[in-house]
Structure formats: structure tokens, C-alpha cells
Design a protein. Structure first.
Length: 345
């Protein structure tokens, strides 16, 4: 009898001390890694699920550096389950099993919020040098036309008045307006007028070309409003994610990097025109990082679902699914959404 009691006590103790290894990776706000303990929406959710299964169960977190090693840990049964912001795909379903989706989302596009290109070009060094050259041109021509015509009655014989009239004549002539209020009478004056007419066309052509380029660049600079608009530009994606898989099908110029921080650096260094990644993660980044030069394009692209992943034939999957559905039908789920996302999406 004593032995039976001891056996039952040991059995209960073993059950109470059940250890569940949970694979996670950084994916704020779903999984936020810190020196103390992991936190985030997915962490709160899985801890509540495991507590409902066995309130005395010990949770051991296994942290992987990225999505590929995270999925590999699940597939090779180094963990009992994995949770982060893992999208269910047919390829992954063949390698492991998934719970019911606990969050529906999709991809987002993050771009630089560039200042207007037209003002940058108008006040660029090249344009300012062009204006300086034009001013010097007008001053030189004004002095020359006054010098050639100063003895005629057309221009004033006084230098400052004559040069002012010459500047007016130069601008009117080079723009081919030709009001006729001042016209050269001498041979040298008329030859100078011919030179001004042809050289003025070139100078005005350069100015018009500069302003046209500024307007064109301004239209092209901030026109990414959907995935189609990214075509022709390099786009940064995180390797191994569904964002990379999706973009590989439609986009020829991808910059694949190891993490979101690396993708954002590529965007900052202008090696990429946009970053495509899970939109809730991009929203969380924008909310917690004050970078006015970045903006999130409106809309959700490539809708997807996040779920808990298990090794094939996991005995935990059924139990986790039951508790997950129960939580999602309760007010607790809405409270978790509000806590980590601020609103129901």
C-alpha cells in the first residue's frame, strides 16, 4: 500500500513538472527578446495555452536567430512547438503541422519619405551654378552692347543707365521676345544680337531641361502605392520569409538580407527602394522608431495567416488547438490584441 502511494505521488509530481520546449525567434510585437524574458503577443498567447493545459508545466524557450533555423528546430523535433509570426504555407505544411490560425495579416511595403525632388534639384549646386553663369552672361553682354551702342541714340550714354538698359535688352533678346524698344544700330551691336539669340536659346534650354527633370523626378520619387509600383526598383526582403517567397514570383530585382534591421539599412543606404515584410511587424517598428523619413504604404498585400507550428504527429497539437480556439472566442484574445497592437485589425 505504501509503495502504491509513493508511486502515485511520483506520477503526479512527474505530471506536474511537465516541461514544454517552445521554439521562438524575434518578431516584434509577436516575440520581443530581452535579457530578462521573452514577451509579446505570441508569448502571452502560448503561455496562457500551456497554463490551461497544465498549470504546473515548465516552459523552456529555445531561441533561434531567424526563420529558417526556427523552422528547422521544429522540423527536427528539437522543440515541442514553435510560435512567432509564422505564416502557414503549403511548403511548410509538408514539413510540419500547424494549429488553427491565431492571427490574420499580410505583407506591407515600407519606403523612404523623400523630400520633394524638384526643390532638391532647383537648389542643387548644378542649378545654382547655371543661374550664376546666366547672371554673368547677362552682365557681360549688357556691358558689350552698351559699349558698341553708347554713341547711338538707342542706349543711354551714362554707364549705369546704359548697362541697365543693356541687361533688359539681353534678357528680352535671348528669350526671343523682342519688344523692339531697344535695337542695335551698329554692325558690332547687330552681330552681338545674333550671338545672343542663338546662345540664349541654349541657355534657356538648359534651364528648362533642369526644371523638367525636377518635375519628372518628383513624380517618380514618391509613387509607390502597391506591389506593381516597385517593379524596376530594388526591393529588400528577409531571407526565408513568405515575403521573399512571394516577391520571388513577381519581382526580378530583390535584395535578400538576413534580418529586418539589415533590410532597413539597405533602404536607408538607398540600396533598395522599398522593404517588403509582414505588415504588423513593420507597423510595430514605425510605432516604436521615430524615423520621419520612412512611411508605410497603405494597404495589405498577399493576405496570410499566422499559426503555431508542431513537429509531425505531435501529441500536443490537438490539446493546443482546443485551448487556442477557446481563447480566441473569449474576451482575453481581444485584450491581447489591444495590448500589443492597440486596435483590432
Amino acid at each position: 500500500m505504501t509503495r502504491l502511494i509513493i508511486f502515485l505521488v511520483l506520477l503526479c509530481t512527474t505530471s506536474a513538472q511537465e516541461s514544454i520546449t517552445v521554439g521562438i525567434k524575434s518578431a516584434p510585437p509577436f516575440v520581443i527578446l530581452s535579457q530578462e524574458k521573452p514577451s509579446g503577443f505570441s508569448i502571452d498567447l502560448i503561455e496562457k495555452i500551456i497554463t490551461d493545459i497544465n498549470k504546473d508545466a515548465k516552459i523552456v524557450y529555445h531561441i533561434d536567430e531567424g526563420i529558417s533555423p526556427h523552422l528547422q528546430s521544429i522540423e527536427e523535433k528539437r522543440v515541442d512547438l514553435g510560435i512567432a509570426a509564422t505564416t502557414v504555407t503549403f511548403e511548410r505544411e509538408a514539413r510540419m503541422e500547424f494549429s488553427q490560425p491565431f492571427y490574420y495579416s499580410g505583407l506591407g511595403i515600407l519606403v523612404r519619405e523623400e523630400e520633394s525632388a524638384k526643390w532638391k534639384l532647383i537648389f542643387s549646386q548644378e542649378t545654382l551654378l547655371l543661374f550664376v553663369a546666366l547672371a554673368i552672361y547677362v552682365i557681360v553682354i549688357a556691358n558689350l552692347i552698351w559699349f558698341f551702342e553708347r554713341k547711338q541714340k538707342t542706349f543711354s550714354r551714362i554707364w549705369h543707365s546704359g548697362v541697365a538698359q543693356g541687361a533688359w535688352w539681353t534678357i528680352v533678346t535671348m528669350s526671343t521676345v523682342g519688344y523692339g524698344d531697344f535695337s542695335p544700330q551698329t554692325r558690332m551691336g547687330r552681330l552681338l544680337a545674333i550671338f545672343v539669340i542663338f546662345s540664349g536659346i541654349c541657355l534657356f534650354g538648359l534651364l528648362i531641361a533642369s526644371f523638367s527633370s525636377a518635375l519628372t523626378l518628383d513624380r517618380m520619387g514618391n509613387n509607390i502605392k502597391n506591389m506593381h509600383d516597385t517593379m524596376g526598383f530594388p526591393v529588400a526582403v528577409v531571407s526565408g520569409t513568405t515575403g521573399e517567397k512571394y516577391m520571388q514570383k513577381i519581382h526580378p530585382n530583390l535584395v535578400s538580407v538576413g534580418s529586418l534591421s539589415a533590410a532597413l539599412k539597405a533602404l536607408e543606404e538607398q540600396r533598395a527602394k522599398a522593404v517588403v515584410h509582414d505588415i504588423p511587424i513593420l507597423r510595430y517598428y514605425m510605432k516604436n522608431n521615430t524615423q520621419p523619413k520612412l512611411k508605410l504604404v497603405e494597404g495589405i498585400f498577399f493576405p496570410s495567416a499566422y499559426a503555431i507550428a508542431f513537429p509531425i504527429k505531435s501529441p500536443l497539437r490537438k490539446r493546443v488547438n482546443i485551448r487556442l480556439l477557446k481563447i480566441m472566442e473569449s474576451e482575453l484574445y481581444n485584450k491581447l490584441i489591444t495590448k500589443w497592437f492597440g486596435r483590432r485589425e
